[in-house]
Structures are given as structure tokens and as C-alpha cells.
Design a protein around this ligand. Sequence first.
Ligand code: FAD
Ligand code: EPU
Length: 345
Amino acid sequence: MHSIQYLDIQENISLKSYNTFHLDSVAKYFVEITDTVELPLLLEHERFKEGKHLVIGGGSNILLISEVFDGLVIKNNITGKMIEKEDEDHVWLKIQAGEIWHEVVTYCVENGWGGIENLALIPGCVGAAPIQNIGAYGVELKDVFESAEFFNFEDHTNKTYHSNDVKFGYRDSIFKHKLKGKGIITSVTLKLDKQPAVNTAYGAIQEVLNLRGIDRPVIKDVYHAVIDIRSSKLPDPKEIGNAGSFFKNPELPNDIAEEIFFTHPNAPRYTVDEHTIKIPAGWMIEQCGWKGFMDGDIGVHDKQALVLVNKGKGRGEQLEQLAQKIQNSVMEKFGVKLTPEVNFV
Ligand code: FAD
Ligand code: EPU
């Protein structure tokens, strides 16, 4: 902790390097927060009080629609991590919200702490991980989540939210609803396994391990397999602007899903529970002919139709319009409403 006298609030800052779509929106005001002691100061600042505000981490799950964000963008750069407690089987790692998620995954794998190796290479910061309950390759954040500290902008309190309070769902949590825009997650504590069992249930992981002749995988093997699979189909935001899956995979009641399987018997599917089936949105979008589509710099990734891309000077508004057209054609062909995963700003 150190004492901070003032905040360096900048004006008219381009957000191009702060969002993975590389959209060139301008923030009217912009501030980087590096320590929680700055937060009370922030709340007292006239730039905070006078207008709207947006907290960002890595900007890998936002779509900046307008060319000017007429308010204050708060970039969370609070870093650091510590072991909160440990016993023979587990370690509770408290991580400040501005830490890079993938670097934390790598650190845990190097220490032999299991639980998040399947979530390797997900862009962004730790603070955003609980917001949509990040998930990939058979694991979700909720599986290792212990708690998150949340500084509430409205009542100026700092509250710890435990698993039961957070209402995790598929790409969902209380932070996307009741607490949306109400404050800032400052840290996340994960409960990791010191004697980890690997999770290779997700098809492609086992295939990669088989190809490499690894029959007794450890977490490092899973970590590398996930990195390889992801790199082969998802565009690297450093090279092509994107925000990962643009839409969520729809969870459909059995009878609606069966109608789709009747006309498309080979449709991929995942059983969610006895009443619900998930059909991959990427498959539906491909069936509608969008895969590889480009309109100027904006389009649909040619290896993964669920990923919208900006290959240069595209604008947020164009991405919003393309998303709308894709939603319309999926509705027309399958009668299914696609819901965006990306947060529209
Ligand atoms: P941002 O984009 O900065 O913010 C996202 C939202 O959270 C915004 O609404 C923002 O206001 C809010 N927010 C951010 N930080 C805080 C905070 N500290 N306190 C309060 N609110 C905050 N996601 C998956 O779940 N699984 C994947 O496999 C996956 N793969 C991806 C692959 C690629 C190539 C890309 C580009 C994205 C992928 N994503 C995936 C989406 C994204 O990486 C995650 O949602 C990630 O957690 C976003 O982190 P961020 O720091 O970039 O959040
Ligand atoms: N598919 C197609 N065409 C496509 C894309 C996918 O037919 O263009 C089919 C595939 O053949 C496969 C199925 O759809 O049968 C699923 O595809 P994939 O394994 O690529 O995963 P996804 O369902 O598209 C989800 C998550 C990803 C996560 C992966 C791996 C959502 C919205 N997306 O994608 O998360 O990394 O599974 O677990 O749930 C993200 O949230 O940003 C994200 C990338």
C-alpha cells in the first residue's frame, strides 16, 4: 500500500490498444488504477461523479459501438498475487484483478497446482474471469472459484462474494446482472489442487494427447494440448481483431432441438441436462453461409464462424450490424435467437 494524492485522469485517449477488436473509439476521460487505495479518491473525483464510467481489464470481451465513449474509462491495473492459505491438498491463491489471466494459469501449472490448466490462453485479466464465468475445454471458473472482492461504487463498501453468492451459470453470474456497472472486482481467490487429477473429457484434448503418445497426462500436458487446439482455430487478437465467441451457444429445450435434428441429423450437440440441449452457434452460423464472409475489414473468421473479426479499420457499428444480420439469418433458418456473449458498450 502507498498513499496517493491525486489521480492522473487523461483526456481523449484512443482505446484502440485497449480492446482486442482494435476499434478506434476515443474515451473522453481515462484513468489507470494500480492500487485499491486509489478507489475512494476515484469516487470523489468530479470526472467520476459527472458522467458514466466503464471498468475494463484486457478489453477482450467488449464491443465499443460508438466512436466516442462519453465518460470515464477505468483501466484496472491492480496487480499482485499471494497464497492466502494452504493445506496438504489445496492452495488458496488470491490474485489481484489486473493480473493477466493466462500468466496466472502458466504460474499455477509451473507450481503443479491444478484446476485452471484447461483455461489456458483465454485473453484478458483475472478481474473479468468471474463476470461471465469463463469456460473452455470442459472447465469453468466456478469449478475453482472461492471468492471475489468487489468494491461497490454506490455504497462505497468492499464486499467479499463467495461461490454461493455469485449465481454462476453458463457465461453468466451476478456481475452481469444485479452488480453490472455497480463497482469493480479488485481480486479473485481460487482454490487449486496440489494433487491434481487431469480433465481430458473434452474430445479434442484426448486426441492431441493420443497423437503425442501421452497416456498418463499431467496438468502441463493438458495445458499444452489446450494451447495447441486453441491456436489452431481461434485468431490471435494481436494479428486479427476479435473478441472470441461473439454469441453464446444456445441452450434449447429438447423438443426445439429435435426439430433441428430432424432436418439436420448430423448437427453437433451437447446434452446440458435431461430437458436441455446445446447446439453450437458456430455450426448454425456456418450453415447459414457466413463462415469466411468479409465486408471490407469486418467479417466472420474462416476457421470458426462464431468469431467475428476486424482485420483493420472496421468500426463497432459495422460489427453490430453484421451481428444483427447473422442473428436474423439464424432465426430464419433455425428459429433460434442467438444472444451475444460480448458486452456491448
Ligand atoms: P474486458 O473485455 O475488459 O471486460 C469484459 C466485461 O467485464 C466488461 O463489461 C467490463 O466492464 C467488465 N469488467 C472487466 N474487468 C472488471 C472488473 N475488474 N470489475 C468489474 N467489471 C469488470 N471467454 C471464455 O469464457 N472462454 C474462452 O475460451 C474465451 N476465448 C477467447 C478467445 C479469444 C481469442 C478472445 C479475444 C476472447 C476469448 N474469451 C473467452 C472472452 C474473454 O477473453 C473473457 O471474457 C475474459 O474474461 C475477458 O477479460 P477482459 O479482462 O479482457 O475483460
Ligand atoms: N462448429 C462448426 N463450424 C464452425 C465452428 C464450430 O461446425 O465454424 C462446430 C464444431 O465442429 C464443433 C462445435 O461447433 O462440433 C463446437 O465448436 P468449438 O469446439 O470450436 O467450440 P464452440 O462451441 O464454438 C465454445 C466456447 C469457447 C471455448 C470452446 C472450447 C462458447 C460461446 N464458446 O466454443 O469460448 O473456448 O467452446 O471449450 O461457449 C469464448 O467464450 O469466447 C470462447 C472462445
